[in-house]
Design a protein around this ligand. Structure first.
Ligand SMILES: Cc1cc2nc3c(=O)[nH]c(=O)nc-3n(C[C@H](O)[C@H](O)[C@H](O)COP(=O)(O)OP(=O)(O)OC[C@H]3O[C@@H](n4cnc5c(N)ncnc54)[C@H](O)[C@@H]3O)c2cc1C
Length: 411
């Protein structure tokens, strides 16, 4: 089979064609290419880590605590090793070892539920009383009913956009073929997709297709995924500490999650601001044409949270804002499944606000499935969660799942 039909040069169709150079497609294509034995093409409508992609922000938290769910704890640890190894091999800093703090307002919440999974997976952590927290990080306010704190010293932040660019660069350096093209499924025959086509009519054929289109997946497959993945606008605010004040830098403060208050954040890295974002769902959002301007209310609410937790930043100026999008599945679990009509097509996405850190393991898992591993062979019955359906609204992944269950029928 030929691909690139219509172009001046024709070449053999690759074994694998990955659509989407975000973190999920990027890791899949890179691992497939360096693993050898396959020819791989990667396509993206705008390029790796671009401003509209969910992976295109500067930073993402990597943490192992995930309530009682051991699979995500295990996957995040394995992925972090991969991120570090990739950074070391390519001479690029992608991981900032700031640690991650969890603020717990209940004794029986997400943080407490995480402890057995952390123990079982051998992840180091500390439990701190609020006064111990204040002694170590006096820039944190603790008098809002904080019960306890969970500290993951080996967690931190990933440099997200830089990571996507580095993955695509490493993919091409090792022989992969990368092109800018916005494609849709084309002809199919005998239960197999034969090609995808771009807007100019150019045809891209391949043996196997991985569609890692992030928030664009429901638009590509509205009937199949329109009620599985919901895309919402997420406003992210960065405030600037006073000149010379290093207390809010990643060398002096961990990244943090306050799920009960529905906020999380990352301290300043390099010259950037102190970042915070709400962990609740914004309005529905069009990832291609949506205006990326934050709502003034998002800034007001962020300041209210800063007053409560980081009071010395409450009136710090906003130095940057960013609109991203969650591509949240109905239950918060990722999507990694074969297309029901085409047995050579895999759909990957549904990051649901926690997918970035896991992308190395997602790519590794998917490639094993492509190589013939049956569902359940790698992580047991837990793998069923990645199927397109059935999914139970609000059944899982994060504390925000409860909120999802309440809001899902508005969709
Ligand atoms: C505000 C916010 C905070 C988050 N915080 C964290 C965090 O702290 N930790 C964490 O682990 N995760 C976090 N996440 C989630 C994480 O960022 C996502 O799960 C992850 O980036 C999704 O990656 P992706 O590759 O699936 O999608 P994307 O990065 O969006 O990549 C999809 C790519 O597909 C391309 N594409 C789409 N359609 C086509 C087409 N038809 N043809 C060609 N190309 C196409 C796009 O151009 C895009 O580049 C957060 C998300 C948000 C929004």
């Amino acid at each position: 089979m030929l691909h690139g039909a219509g172009a001046l040069t024709r070449s053999r169709a690759p074994d694998l064609l990955v659509v989407g150079a975000g973190v999920m497609g990027g890791w899949t294509a890179y691992l497939a290419q360096v693993g050898g034995g396959r020819s791989v093409t990667l396509l993206d409508a705008w390029g790796a880590g671009h401003a509209r992609s969910t992976s295109g922000d500067e930073t993402r938290i990597t943490r192992a605590a995930h309530g009682s769910d051991r699979l995500y704890t295990r996957w995040s640890r394995r992925s972090l090793e991969r991120w570090k190894r990739f950074g070391a091999e390519h001479g690029i800093e992608l991981f900032v070892p700031s640690g991650v703090l969890w603020f717990a307002h209940r004794d029986d919440g997400f943080e407490a539920a995480s402890i057995p999974a952390l123990d079982a997976e051998g992840v180091p952590y500390e439990r701190l009383r609020p006064d111990e927290l204040r002694d170590r990080w006096p820039q944190i306010r603790i008098d809002d009913g904080l019960r306890t704190c969970l500290y993951e010293p080996e967690a931190g932040a990933l440099l997200a956009r830089r990571g996507c660019l580095a993955l695509t660069a490493a993919f091409t350096t090792s022989g992969g073929s990368f092109h800018r093209a916005a494609v849709r499924p084309g002809r199919a025959r005998g239960g197999r997709l034969l090609e995808v086509r771009d807007g100019s009519g150019r045809i891209w054929s391949a043996g196997t297709f991985v569609l890692a289109a992030g928030p664009w997946l429901p638009g590509l497959f509205p009937e199949l995924l329109g009620r599985v993945i919901r895309v919402t606008k997420q406003d992210v605010i960065h405030v600037g500490p006073t000149a010379g004040d290093g207390r809010f830098h990643a060398t002096a403060l961990p990244a943090w999650c306050d799920f009960d208050a529905a906020y999380y954040g990352i301290p300043a890295i390099d010259g950037g601001g102190f970042k915070l974002a709400p962990d609740r769902y914004g309005p529905l959002f069009d990832p291609s044409n949506g205006e990326r301007v934050v709502d003034p209310d998002s800034i007001r609410l962020a300041r209210a949270y800063l007053r409560r937790r980081f009071p010395d930043l409450a009136w710090a100026p906003v130095v940057e804002t960013r609109v991203c999008q969650y591509e949240a599945t109905v239950d918060g679990h990722f999507l990694i499944d074969r297309h029901p009509d085409w047995n050579n097509v895999w759909l990957v996405g549904g990051g649901s606000g926690h997918g970035f850190k896991h992308a190395p393991r997602i790519g590794e898992y998917l490639l094993a499935r492509l190589d013939g591993a049956a569902e359940g062979e790698q992580d047991g019955p837990d793998e069923a969660r990645f199927r397109i359906a059935p999914r139970v609204p609000g059944s899982a992944a994060r504390t925000a799942g409860d909120e999802m269950a309440r809001t899902w029928d508005l969709f």
